[in-house]
Design a protein around this ligand. Sequence first.
Ligand code: DSN
Length: 403
Amino acid sequence: MARIIESETLRQLNGVELIASENLVSRAVLEAMGSIMTNKYAEGYPGKRYYGGCEFHDQAENLARDRVKELFGAEHANVQPHSGTQANMAVYFSVMQCGVDRMMSMSLTQGGHLSHGSPVSFSGKMYEVHQYGVDLTSETLDYGAVEEQARRVKPKVIVCGASAYPREIDFKAFQEIADGVDAYCMADIAHIAGLCAAGIHPNPTGVVDFVTSTTHKTLRGPRGGFILCGEEYAQSIDKAVFPGMQGGPLMHTIAAKAVCFAEALRPTYREYARQIVLNAQTMATVLDDAGLRLVSGGTDNHLILIDLSNRGITGLEAEEALGRAGITVNKNTIPNENRSPFVTSGLRIGTPAVTSRGMKESEMRTIGRWIARVLEDITNESVIRQVAGEVTEMASRYPLHPE
Ligand code: DSN
């Protein structure tokens, strides 16, 4: 196992990581996550545990809760969800009845998430799901169409938030649509949480009924989830998480979440979040100049979605070719997709991880040109080998852990 971890360390060090949902954590986050906080059961909540010896775990969880409340301006926080999907599940469980209630959400192929009601996820099996997409001309959300659908469907919950949407989301508009049909509104900000915390993207906390998120994407913490809501929903959310669907919380992860939230409260984090978007926009310009079609024409956030359908190559082929060049991206469906999710017509590119390594606009221009060169002819192995050499040479000069 030590050898495998060493190999993975070298892969991360020598490559360019552009998966939009990934990031690189600080040494402090890593240390907390790998600490003896993993040794303890702490079922329950601070002050109300089912095990003895939890006094320091109470302190750790309270610290994490207080810090995330301060970061987003929330009345109540639950930091126990093991993941973003668990956080979403807890919200659904707290307000919807299985087999009875209806929900509305963005479809997976147009940018949503599995846990937003995909038929292969628990969410699609337990609730009647009605999905919205983007306007196929602008490739952006059409709030009028969402409102019209909500009036027809009369859902119990409207989910907003996405995994592959490069534009700003109007959370206030979603809550108003939900209010108009007497529904709850849940914003899943997993991808953009760091941007919301830093004020680079509008923060839905206090605007929508429930906010869910992961901690490991733009927020740059350990793998995990959390939920934010008003005091009126605190009890039902806490009950839905424990004992509703989880047992013992992962206290080493909660400790690392507390470290991540402290880091995100620093002014340097705000600068980092600003740079993520600047980097994405810089790379988008290079890709656009190289003739690649960007879904919605560009980006307002940390990610870019490339439509390869006019290039005669699939997302899968592009992902594999770039992988051979040391550039890690993922194939992704695009609006109007006609290929399977295992093949796809698109490529999703994100800048959180490269920004954590300290790369700025000039490196983004270089990386954008590498991507364009590889995609020009994905069968040209000599170009791929040449780019791979340049990638390793540049990437290995940047630290793996942000300060
Ligand atoms: N699957 C993740 C992503 O890559 O966006 C979200 O859970």
